[in-house]
Design a protein around this ligand. Structure first.
Ligand code: ADP
Ligand code: MG
Length: 620
């Protein structure tokens, strides 16, 4: 007897649903994309119980005639492409014709739709892939699809759904994405009867971002504008280096207004921040890449969140360059850096041994002593997206269309910590005069524009970072041999990346030898690294280099090593500095590639302007 049979349609659809319908947010994605493809100008998304009980999307798009409303649930039924040639240049978000069929096979679905020319609206009801009913109904132009009891007929999948809060989070994130990608469309998002987002049609991305995230979020963003129309135009916003995220969740990437999760773009974005942010720390971004339709293949995955570019490398370059230029125009890097010149190796005042002894007598931690201190540096917070969404929900609740966008923006300005600001690198002159230290951690200085506070640790970090990069480029790094090699046991995960990392570390002056098993001997360390720091630094680097980074550019890896080395070798906070040392530090800092931000993205200098001081004393 033959053993092969063709599966019934509803089984095939359930199998397809495995790829398309992962969770409520993926259902919402397909429905919202359909609404956008239908030319909607307003889209409303309503959910109950994290989208499990109900997920309803309504639009005012073109709607469907009755025959189409029924046909829409057939597998491979689409109005968007006709033949395989159309696949070469897809201009709609959907095209596979399997979303509705898949969704209907794993939920109870009710579709109501009306086309302007029609006599009555149509309502189609389908449960678990079986058509129940088709009848007349009332509906204005457009379509409403209600999806109830997701996975009611597939208990195994239902079990994989996460908590209501998690699923709601994913849904909110998704709505945010689409609202940002389509500022001209009005979006409303209702969670358990409460309106969470209401965004009126906006004139551009900036205004939409303002509606969703509020003025403060925009305040920290730099505008990106670059690339070229033949390969890829790159536009949108990226965050200033001080705004640091520990995941890529705040990166919203779009290709031809399709929301994608693309590692290549994410990586090019990070490369744009090279030497400003270390790996493992991510900028926030809203990046739109526009390419000619035939330059990109969107038919790579059923969920259509992956794309393939015909000229991958050229797109990567365009993204990186555009991001770099945005950072340069924001004053966070100097545009068109000349080759960094090698600084003198003999550092008259701060030497490795001086640093080592000074820190040995200082408290081991770099924590501040328990005494009153001025804390100007905003701490990067851990759960940034939660914060974004929180802010978004608050803004949405309070949102009034701004009559004057500019004035609405300046309202958020009056908090005290914003008075001391990271100065523009160009505004720094040679005229900086150190006066003393605050808490033995920050240098207090004056210049022509006011009062400066310089974080001594990060300032030295920036100086050393530039120096190591320059020495490395010229292969002039120096080692100090250890009298007795230190041994070091690798964890299995560290061992997996060690062989890859070791040659790079040796470029910087480490001499490492793999002994038996997972033991490593440190025979020499870079010249300025206090010997006690070598082990910590290695452990830290080995832990942060993961698979993703392994594939990334060698240059990026080298930056990361230089940043880590600079951090471990730099003078610490809580350390008294003689006036000449402060002078030396400031002079060297001014010669670096980016005197206002450290290689980890933290501010190095804050300035309190004379003008603001005068204002504070009511003198102007
Ligand atoms: P695809 O979007 O890949 O074409 P779908 O299964 O998502 O496939 O939808 C099938 C068809 O149903 C679409 O091609 C479109 O013609 C129609 N359709 C779905 N949703 C809507 C909507 N909200 N408004 C108008 N037509 C729709
Ligand atoms: Mg679709």
């Amino acid at each position: 007897m033959s053993k092969i049979r063709v599966l019934a349609d509803h089984v095939a659809n359930q199998i397809a649903a495995g790829e398309v319908v992962e969770r409520p947010a993926s259902v919402a994605k397909e429905l919202v994309e359909n609404s956008i493809d239908a030319g909607a100008t307003r889209i409303t998304i309503e959910i109950e119980a994290g989208g499990r009980r109900l997920l309803k999307v309504s639009d005012d798009g073109e709607g469907m005639v009755r025959d189409d409303a029924v046909l829409a649930f057939e597998r491979h039924a689409t109005s968007k492409i006709r033949d395989s040639e159309d696949l070469a240049a897809i201009g709609t978000l959907g095209f596979r014709g399997e979303a509705l069929a898949s969704i209907a096979s794993v939920a109870r679905v009710e579709l109501t739709t009306f086309v302007e020319s029609g006599k009555a609206a149509t309502r189609v009801t389908i449960d678990g892939g079986r058509m129940r009913d088709v009848k007349d109904a009332a509906h204005p132009r457009g379509t409403t699809i209600a999806v109830r009891d997701l996975f009611f007929n597939i208990p195994a999948r239902r079990k994989f759904l996460r908590s209501e809060a998690t699923e709601t989070y994913h849904l909110t994130n998704l709505v945010t994405h689409y609202a940002l990608a389509h500022p001209e469309i009005a979006f409303t998002f209702v969670n358990n009867g409460r309106e969470v987002v209401r965004a009126a049609p906006a004139k551009d991305l900036r205004e939409r971002a303002y509606q969703i995230f509020g003025a403060e979020f925009l305040e920290n963003l730099l505008e990106v504008n670059g690339g070229d129309a033949q390969v890829a135009r790159v536009s949108g916003f990226v965050s200033a280096p001080r705004d640091r995220r520990t995941s890529r969740d705040s990166q919203y990437l779009f290709v031809n207004r399709r929301f994608v999760r693309d590692r290549m773009i994410g990586r090019s974005l990070s490369e744009g921040y090279r030497s400003i942010l270390p790996y493992g720390v991510y900028p926030a971004a809203l990046l739109f890449i526009e390419t000619p339709l035939e330059e990109v293949d969107v038919n790579v995955h059923p969920a259509k969140t992956e794309v393939r570019f015909r000229r991958q490398a050229a797109v990567a370059d365009a993204v990186r360059e555009a991001v770099k230029n945005a950072l340069a125009s924001g004053g966070y890097a100097r545009p068109e850096e000349p080759e960094p010149h090698v600084m003198e190796i003999e550092e008259p005042i701060i030497t490795a041994s001086a640093t080592a002894t000074a820190t040995a007598s200082a408290p081991p931690s770099i924590q501040a002593p328990p005494q009153p201190r001025i804390d100007f540096i905003p701490e990067p917070s851990g759960d940034e997206i939660a914060r974004d969404i929180e802010a978004m929900i608050q803004t949405a609740q309070q949102y009034q269309p701004p009559s004057d966008f500019q004035s609405a923006k300046s309202v958020a300005f009056n908090s005290a910590e914003k008075i001391a600001k990271v100065p523009e690198p160009e505004s720094l002159s040679q005229n900086i005069r150190p006066l003393g230290q605050l808490d033995e951690s920050f240098i207090i200085a004056t210049d022509d524009d006011g009062l400066l506070l310089i974080d001594q640790h990060v300032a030295h970090e920036r100086i050393l970072f530039d120096k190591y990069r320059a020495l490395e480029a010229e292969r002039r790094t120096e080692s100090q041999q250890l009298l007795v090699p230190e041994t070091f046991d690798l964890t299995p995960a560290q061992a997996a990346v060690f062989d890859d990392l070791a040659p790079e570390l040796e470029i910087y002056g480490f001499e490492l030898m793999r002994l038996s098993g997972r033991t490593v001997a440190i025979k020499a360390t870079p010249a300025d690294l206090p010997p006690g720091e070598a082990r910590n630094m290695l452990a830290e680097l080995l832990d942060t280099v993961d698979a993703e980074r392994k594939n990334s550019a060698r240059e990026t890896l080298r930056d990361e090593i230089a940043a880590s080395l600079a951090c471990h070798a730099a003078i610490k906070v809580n350390m008294p500095l003689a006036p000449e040392k402060m002078r030396w530090l400031i002079d060297r800092l001014l010669q670096t590639s980016s005197p206002t931000t450290c290689p980890h993205g933290r501010p190095v200098i804050l300035r309190l302007k004379t003008k603001d001081i005068l204002k504070g004393f009511h003198r102007i």
